[in-house]
Design a protein around this ligand. Sequence first.
Ligand code: PGA
Length: 249
Amino acid sequence: MRKPVMAGNWKLYKTAAETSAFFEKFMPAIADRKRAEIVICPPFVNIPAAVAASSASSVEVGGQDLFWLQEGAYTGEVSGNMLAAIGARWVIIGHSERRQYFHETDETVLKKTQAALASGLNPIVCVGERLEEREAGATESVLRTQFTGGIGALTPEQFAKIVIAYEPVWAIGTGKTATPEMAADAHRVLRAEVAQRYGQAAADACRILYGGSVKPDNVKGLMAQEEIDGALVGGASLDPASFAAIVNF
Ligand code: PGA
């Protein structure tokens, strides 16, 4: 049985004060904490505020990115060890916005995943096709390429520690969710890749989250799919009531 992960990706939103205000409302609203692992990923500078506000609970905090080296002359970057040192337990890697606006590739995604694991962080590694790729019937091949060119190069021990997020780019921030069946189909493609590379037991254990316009009113249908092991939530994770409704699906 795979335990669901419900992760909030706050992107470039909220100050430290707004982070604390979120948790004040969010913590009392999450009734059933055992059902899913709950992760919130604020901007780097607000991780300490999020860690402080959630320390007495099972809610965990993550970064939205990291650099693949632990230190050096790399202006503006943040390392896995730095994230771990301030209490982050998770990190999102290879989000489509990082790929699109900051030129991340499957190769950098792999390096960042290895660095995160070396720092003891739980990576949530994102994959997903763009609209034109889906329309061209290339969804499966895009997912396979992202898998083999990136996380498919991890060792079995490393792979066992990651969570995959399937995020069709056309569904992110657009209000267009993939139907539960479309998401499950993509998850099956990814799980088959895992089985082929790491074996059936690894595929059965691997948690694959869906991301892209997950909202309180569509989370139930998505989570009803056997293939979907949780959600990576952007916009709807910014509001404590709406993220609590998603967590308590
Ligand atoms: P969204 O973002 O829920 O706002 O579509 C999801 C994501 O980018 O992780």
